[in-house]
Design a protein around this ligand. Structure first.
Ligand code: SF4
Length: 244
């Protein structure tokens, strides 16, 4: 039997598909979405992996069992594995990184930066996505600093910021100024996220694209030439659909 502290709480594993956001956009990947999050963002688009009401859908998996599933999905060919959530940083993933690296796989993890882990140093890519004011969450910058510090060395680190409005944009500028050496990726927020179990809920693509246009105008007006503005590719392709 797997010791509880080594079991990983998994919401879903799927792929290969492509990474839809940020610095790895377009890259083939297998997703491992863990269950549970220490945040409750107002516009969270993966509540089924956050809210404990959906915990009956989550599975406690050993590192071995999880890894076998990733290998099966990828046909045994090394691919980028995207660790997402929920907040994957609250799961014990260090052994998984060792296991996958031995097989030639790479790992990218995305987190809001609220919990630092020493195994961040073993990642290949760490995407830190602090949540702006529209999320109704408050950023603990000391915890965020600890995440950046924990990942010094091997991983590429990037900032990814979701922007809904002027206040979020100002927050994004502040966050980028705090970490001038980190590349910055901005994306327009989706104000029509799916409700759990309703993945066919229509998405206001027009509204999202208008926000993207506005974001491009802001960035260029401010001569913020280090920032990259990207849409969510999977949203463009599949709307709110889950598991793609
Ligand atoms: S941090 Fe991410 S997963 Fe957690 S509630 Fe916010 S958007 Fe959802």
């Amino acid at each position: 039997m797997t010791a509880p502290h080594t079991a990983i709480r998994v919401s879903e594993i799927f792929g290969p598909t492509i990474q839809g956001e940020g610095m790895l956009i377009g890259l083939p990947t297998v997703f491992v979405r863990t269950g549970g999050c220490d945040y409750r963002c107002s516009w969270c688009d993966s509540l089924y992996a956050v809210d404990s009401r959906f915990r009956h859908e989550w599975e406690m998996m050993s590192t071995d069992a999880l890894w076998q599933k990733v290998v099966a999905l990828s046909g045994g060919r090394p691919v980028m594995v995207s660790l997402s959530g929920g907040n994957p940083a609250i799961q014990p993933l260090g052994a998984l990184l060792d296991r996958g690296h031995r097989d030639g796989y790479r790992f990218a993890l995305e987190t809001q930066g609220s919990v630092a882990r020493n195994w961040f140093a073993e990642l290949d890519v760490l995407v830190l996505s602090p949540k702006p004011p529209s999320s109704e969450m408050a950023t603990d910058w000391a915890a965020f600093d600890a995440c950046v510090e924990a990942a010094r060395g091997r991983p590429q680190i990037a900032l990814k910021l979701v922007v809904f409005d002027d206040t979020d944009y100002a927050y994004a500028r502040d966050a980028a100024a705090r970490y001038p050496r980190l590349p910055v990726y901005l994306q327009p927020g989706n104000h029509t996220p799916p409700r759990p179990g309703d993945e066919n809920a229509p998405i206001d693509m027009n509204g999202v694209m208008k926000r993207m246009e506005w974001l491009v105008e802001e960035v260029t007006r401010d001569r913020w030439f280090d920032a990259r503005v990207l849409p969510q590719l999977h949203v463009l392709l599949w709307g709110n659909k889950r598991g793609v």
